[in-house]
Design a binder for this molecule. Structure first.
Ligand SMILES: Cc1cc2nc3c(=O)[nH]c(=O)nc-3n(C[C@H](O)[C@H](O)[C@H](O)COP(=O)(O)O)c2cc1C
Ligand code: SF4
Length: 417
């Protein structure tokens, strides 16, 4: 491992036969599952806790605490659900795992199945990933044929409904049950009342794929390989105006944003003669950062302290040719399209945001009061929306106007408020 990249997850990502169980076994595959099946559930959960694995789906919830909570719930049957909806624009790392390392993902889900003596596992796969759904079914069939799956525990593939909100874990469970994919009221917590109203574990693809790694190398070693607050590596998705675009595995806490965007082994710098204007982290629902934040270390803690975030792992790099207002209009149009319409702050709020952004783009059209309304809207949407979609849909705007105040105010009429 060189210091800027890691290979914990992606070591065998180039295998010619990713669906072959015997090839996977030759590289140590399923040894973590066998170990977990022969261990006490508490011991496996202790390793996940020591590893300080933070959920890789965006919310960064500690996986060990989630697992421990579910273990102590007496009701059965329990279900394991893998969130493979991957709807966040600029995010394509779960796709890499499902295409190139499907057996590692299955092994992670199977370990959870063994720990919780669960009845079944479901992988809710983004609707557009048709080919991946088919290859996952083949992978599951191959694992069944080897006798690892299908007796006490089995895994099923569900095709996603094609809506971003279905990535929200309670909407995802509704959709898996065949209902409309809209978020549920919480509490009750999904660990208690989840799939089919039974105790349920929901984790992201990358989170599950990390489980065999943790069980094999041990929680302490995994933690050391990353940041003291969050162990291991992170798959980041570089896109936009950097030279090298794609998925990169980096050790948490050891790489700065400057390394990520400029190092030849990672982003390789800005294309052509362009200069970096801003970067958008963690998906459309994440914050925007500026070049003076480039020395921030890529870790959950350091990014949070800099008012940035890891989120899904998306890193969209934009050069100076991009207007921040135009960029934010695109972000807001995405949320208008994806809002499920259940609550007013999100359904109407995003629409009003777009109207103000449109006014701000035309010389003399917006008044100072429009900027005040923008601030009020952001506050209301963030604090009063029903689910994470509405609560985070103004996050990019909220960070950008502090960084690009002049651009926001350039067209505001100096006359009447
Ligand atoms: C609107 C919305 C969309 C989401 N989309 C995804 C998604 O595509 N994939 C994902 O893993 N998590 C997504 N999440 C986060 C999930 O609700 C949940 O936190 C995650 O699946 C938990 O797994 P983890 O703890 O392993 O990250 C989304 C959340 C919201 C609010
Ligand atoms: S915030 Fe409200 S309208 Fe928006 S997606 Fe969530 S429930 Fe639906």
């Amino acid at each position: 491992m060189s210091e800027l990249t890691a290979r914990f997850l992606t070591e065998n990502a180039g295998s010619a036969s990713p669906l072959s169980v015997s090839e996977y076994e030759k590289t140590g595959g399923f040894s973590a599952f066998k170990k977990a099946a022969a261990s006490a559930p508490e011991d496996i959960i202790a390793e996940v806790k020591k590893a300080k694995l933070l959920g890789r789906g965006g919310a960064a919830y500690p996986a060990g605490s989630k697992w421990e909570h579910l273990l102590h719930i007496p009701e059965t049957p329990k279900y394991i659900v893998c969130n493979a909806d991957e709807g966040e624009p600029g995010t394509f790392k779960d796709r890499l795992i499902m295409e190139k390392l499907p057996l590692k993902l299955l092994e992670g889900i199977m370990i959870a199945g063994a720990v919780f003596k669960a009845k079944a596992g479901y992988i809710y796969v983004r609707g557009e990933y048709r080919k991946i759904q088919k290859s996952l079914l083949t992978a599951i069939e191959n694992v069944r044929a080897k006798g690892y799956l299908g007796k006490d525990f089995d895994i099923h593939v569900i095709s996603g409904a094609g809506a971003y909100v279905c990535g929200e874990n309670s909407a995802l469970l509704n959709s898996t049950e065949g209902r409309v994919g809209r978020p549920r009221i919480k509490p009750p917590h999904l660990a208690e009342v989840g799939l089919f109203l039974q105790p349920t574990l929901v984790n992201n693809v990358e989170s599950f794929a990390n489980i065999p790694v943790i069980v094999s190398m041990g929680g302490d070693a995994y933690l050391q390989a990353g940041h003291p607050d969050s162990g291991g590596s992170k798959l980041v998705c570089l896109s936009g105006h950097c030279k090298n675009r794609g998925v990169f595995e980096i050790p948490l806490g050891k790489v700065t944003l400057r390394d990520l965007i400029y190092d030849e082994r990672l982003g390789g710098g800005i294309c052509g003669a362009g200069k970096l204007k801003f970067f958008h982290l963690g998906g459309q629902s994440g914050p925007i950062g500026s070049p003076d934040q480039l020395d921030t270390i890529y870790s959950y803690t350091d990014l949070k302290n800099a008012r940035l975030s890891v989120g899904s792992g998306a890193v969209v790099v934009m050069d100076e040719s991009v207007s921040i207002l135009e960029y934010l209009k695109g972000v807001t149009e995405f949320f208008i399209h994806e809002s499920c319409g259940k609550c007013v702050p999100c359904r109407e709020g995003n629409f009003q945001l777009l109207k103000i952004l449109q006014k701000l783009s035309v010389p003399g059209k917006a008044k100072k009061s429009d900027l005040d309304n923008l601030r009020r809207l952001v506050h209301t949407m963030t604090s009063a929306s029903f689910c994470g979609l509405g609560q985070t849909s103004a996050a990019a705007l909220n960070s950008a106007w502090k960084l690009f105040k002049a651009e926001f105010e350039a067209n505001v009429s100096q006359g009447e408020r």
